[in-house]
Design a protein around this ligand. Sequence first.
Ligand SMILES: C[S@@+](CC[C@H](N)C(=O)[O-])C[C@H]1O[C@@H](n2cnc3c(N)ncnc32)[C@H](O)[C@@H]1O
Length: 307
Amino acid sequence: MGKQGNNSAGKDNTKERKVRNRKQKEATRGKHYYANTHDFRNESHPLPAEFTDKIICGDSRLVLKQLPDNCIDLIFTSPPYNFGLDYEDTEDAFAWDAYFKMLFSIFDECIRILKYGGRIIVNVQPLFSDYIPTHHLISQYFMRKKLIWKGEILWEKNHYNCKYTAWGSWKSPSSPYLKYTWEFLEIFCKGSLKKSGDAKNADIDAESFKTWVTAKWTLAPERQMHKFKHPAMFPEELAERVLKLFSFRGDIILDPFVGTGTTCLSALKNQRRFLGIDISPEYCRTAEDRLRILPIFRESPILDEDS
Ligand SMILES: C[S@@+](CC[C@H](N)C(=O)[O-])C[C@H]1O[C@@H](n2cnc3c(N)ncnc32)[C@H](O)[C@@H]1O
């Protein structure tokens, strides 16, 4: 390297490479070819009042079936990862095929109830010790279902949970164990990459937008898991970034694995409507308690009728 940004031949390698006939080449390749033959309908239905701004205790496999098609703008969730964690009311240690069957039956419903142009964003950490690339399998599932992969955010947690050392193959190539300090957020769109919404209901400021579109987010993990008695919460800031970058004020946000209600808390604070579902009565109570302390909870409409 010579001058900063120059390669050994002295050429500036910080500039974007020019592609000749870019548009024509793009047309030849075919954008998101795997998703172009979908039959999603470009129509929306209202979310019934009994599901609006609610935490519902139940199995998402059953609860979601009660919702109309195309009624949700954005789904943000972190499913149980099948790590063997101690949740209140579920075993987190299924055989892998049973786990994916459960997960995909819930995601089937999520796709059905998502509006055209709506997004589903799944926070997931593969179980590296079982050599199961959960994030790839989930992504393949959504692509098979004709959703468009919008991208992936790498959530860097700063070496949290990275104590494991590969003593079994220390300094040996026999089977070094790779360590990860991050999780993934996989982002999928139904029907269109563009989401409709009124520009005056976009609430992300310029600085945040510039920072957050760089798809590596460094954020500390949630520190209050002990207090809320839940082993796998994500931090409120993660939900807030997702909501502000990918949804408008007034949008309807769903989390079908809502745990202690973090997604809904962020939705409420940021003037979105919400529905949160969890199978555990204990976690649902915690979620409601977290929401109830906010003065805005159920006191007034989240948005004025004309906004
Ligand atoms: C990773 S945690 C989500 C934590 C949440 N993001 C938070 O910040 O509190 C996954 C949740 O899924 C719930 N769960 C597992 N199976 C479920 C099902 N079939 N339907 C609804 N919730 C389920 C568990 O009780 C657990 O709280």
